[in-house]
Write a protein that binds this ligand. Structure first.
Ligand code: NAP
Length: 310
């Protein structure tokens, strides 16, 4: 376990100078921190996100932190499959090979809305957009002959499973907590099935829970949302015979980004994949529905169908 090491400390002595990494949501929080660490190890890092000014600012910050760091930016709005497709085309123009694709961008507990293609906003942003991006970049990942796909999930996946009868909340009253849980469950299932289907192409996939990290992710949360989550944690741990006060212990992005960077570079993960990682190690704290291989295959088929139809 290397849980007390920062993302930057994790890449000390690692040479990524012949590697290309693509990171979504690299304009802030965990994505930006991961980009700094991978650039510090010498990688060429393509930063993808939707806000052009924030992306430019992130690239400038990395330049200042890592003199000589190699970054470029791509506009990507995961709430539009048209934008995802043009971002994938732009990435393909920049590089014929991708060694690390980090599907990091995400939103949490947003009020109900839909993406441009009609998906519920949380699963649409966190999963369907990334599913399409990944699908379009498979040839570039395969060209690396040893690529890693790192998918940001969350311990919050326990809040909900994907409802295959109503994945986009067309027939239920909206519950933003369950919807976030479903999107983060989808991230785990995506990594699992991607690993199964793509490992023969040398592509291994991992889902990551980064911990509870002080970033902008909680921007949609109210005080009562925090109380509700705290109550949920207390009820759950009591049911498991454990005790907690339910208060969240936040860590900084420097340390929060450690597990996704570890997933990207650690030799400990050579020749294995489809795993759920936390605290820079393999974790078994996965809800049963998120480890079910049939469920993973079903989500892949659903995602292919819904993206192809949009
Ligand atoms: N922080 C935590 O405690 C925690 C815990 C578990 C899991 N995670 C996961 O970690 C990942 C990173 O989150 P974070 O904590 O670093 O949050 P963050 O600081 O809010 O960063 C999220 C990033 O995603 C981008 N993004 C959001 N919607 C997008 C869209 N439609 N298209 C393209 N980019 C979009 C954001 O850009 P904008 O600024 O333009 O919105 C931002 O760059 C998420 O997947 C989250 O679920 C975080």
């Amino acid at each position: 376990m290397t849980e007390s090491r920062s993302a930057l400390q994790l890449v000390e002595g690692v040479d990524l100078s012949d590697k290309v990494c693509v990171i979504t949501g690299a304009s802030s929080g965990l994505g930006r921190e991961s980009a700094r660490a991978l650039a510090a190890a010498g990688a060429r890092v393509i930063l993808a996100a939707r806000n052009a000014d924030a992306l430019t600012e992130a690239a400038r910050w990395i330049q200042a932190e890592v003199p000589g760091g190699r970054t470029s930016t791509v506009h990507l709005d995961l709430t539009s499959l048209a934008s995802v497709r043009s971002a994938a085309a732009e990435i393909r123009e920049k590089t014929p090979v991708i060694h690390i694709l980090m599907n990091n961008a995400g939103v949490m507990f947003t009020p109900f809305s839909r993406t441009r293609d009609g998906f519920e906003i949380q699963i649409g942003t966190n999963h369907f957009g990334h599913f399409e991006l990944t699908r379009l970049l498979i040839p570039q990942l395969a060209a690396a002959a040893g690529a890693r796909l790192v998918v940001l999930s969350s311990g919050g996946h326990v809040l909900g499973d994907v409802d295959f009868d109503d994945p986009n909340w067309e027939r239920r009253d909206y519950d933003k907590f369950v919807a976030y849980g479903a999107s983060k469950t989808a991230n785990i299932l995506h990594a699992k099935e991607a690993d199964r289907r793509l490992c023969d192409l040398g592509i291994r996939a991992y889902a990551v829970h980064p911990g509870t990290v002080a970033t902008s992710l909680a921007r949609y949360m109210s005080r009562s949302d925090f109380s509700q989550l705290r109550q949920y944690a207390v009820t759950n741990s009591t049911a498991r015979g454990e005790s907690t006060d339910g208060y969240l212990d936040f860590i900084t992005p420097e340390y929060g980004a450690a597990t996704q960077v570890w997933a990207s570079v650690s030799p400990d993960l050579n020749d294995q994949g489809g795993l759920y990682l936390e605290d820079c190690g393999i974790s078994e704290t996965v809800a049963p529905y998120a480890r079910d291989p049939d469920h993973a295959a079903e989500l892949w088929a659903l995602s292919e169908n819904l993206c192809a139809a949009s």
